[in-house]
Design a protein around this ligand. Structure first.
Ligand SMILES: [Zn+2]
Length: 260
């Protein structure tokens, strides 16, 4: 059986730990810090078989040197030579096996240009899984450090087209702040109001709000709802943007969120 749980790092990062409970082999995703990972490996007597990296930011790769020194994990990551210690460089369409599950690689540039995501289509027992780093967040999306709005919008559209039952594992606990912005964009969205209540309850007890389900993101995440008339209407009434095209709505939303 596969279990997936967060290892907390820094102030709000999640390093996702995937464990095959039959043999205690595990993978981690985006180990920005090695220490909390090494602690879990020692405590639970787990063997780190592999590491998945989504993009080059330090809070996602900072733990690689120490983990390579202390384990024999195989490291998968994007075609970016700035990330040292990657054994297998991956691009759109590549596949890999993680603890017996087949994952495919999606190129999702925009937050950074090297950003990739890992998707497992699942089966009758395993729901689809998505590890999307800093591209799609619960209730929001990453900042555009390297890409342009049309590039990030295209990447999010690619993720939004995955099955609604996909479990979305992003790399930060940003949900509550993201939903505050979402409610400013869509004050009348009932599903969003309900989600905000659920998230507030989870955060009150310091519980993770990740993973979410993709269907819920499509219903409540403004960055996946740029074609909704209500989203454009708010931008118009707030004087943020007068156009209607989804990719222009996306750019206006991203700009607004940057200073929200
Ligand atoms: Zn990042």
């Amino acid at each position: 059986m596969l279990t997936i749980e967060p290892i907390r790092a820094f102030s709000d990062n999640y390093i996702w730990l995937l464990t095959d409970t039959a043999n205690n082999h595990c993978f981690v995703v985006d180990p920005g810090d090695a220490e909390p990972v090494l602690e879990v490996l020692a405590e639970r007597q787990l063997t780190l078989a592999g590491i998945l990296v989504t993009h080059h930011h330090f809070d996602h790769v900072g733990g690689l040197p120490l983990l390579r020194e202390h384990t024999s994990a195989v490291v998968y990551g994007p075609h970016n030579p700035a990330i040292e210690g990657v054994d297998h460089r991956l691009a759109e369409g590549d596949t890999l096996t993680v603890l017996g599950l087949e994952f495919s690689v999606l190129a999702v540039p925009g937050h950074t240009m090297d950003h990739i995501a890992y998707y497992c289509a699942g089966d009758s027992e395993q729901p689809p899984l998505l590890f999307c780093g800093d591209t799609l967040f619960a209730g929001g999306c990453g900042r555009m450090f390297e890409g342009t709005a049309p590039v990030l919008h295209g990447s999010l559209a690619k993720l939004a087209a995955l099955p609604g039952s996909t479990r979305v594992y992003c790399a930060h606990e940003y949900t509550q702040a993201n939903l505050r912005f979402a409610r400013a964009v869509e004050p009348d969205n009932e599903a969003l109001a309900e989600r905000a209540r659920e998230v507030a309850a989870l955060r009150a007890t310091d519980d993770p709000t990740v993973p979410s389900e993709l269907a819920q993101e499509r219903a409540t995440n403004p960055f996946l709802r740029c074609a909704e008339p209500a989203v454009a209407a708010t931008l118009h009434s707030q004087g943020k943007w007068q156009g209607e095209k989804p990719e222009e709505v996306f750019a206006a939303l991203r700009t607004w969120k940057d200073s929200f």
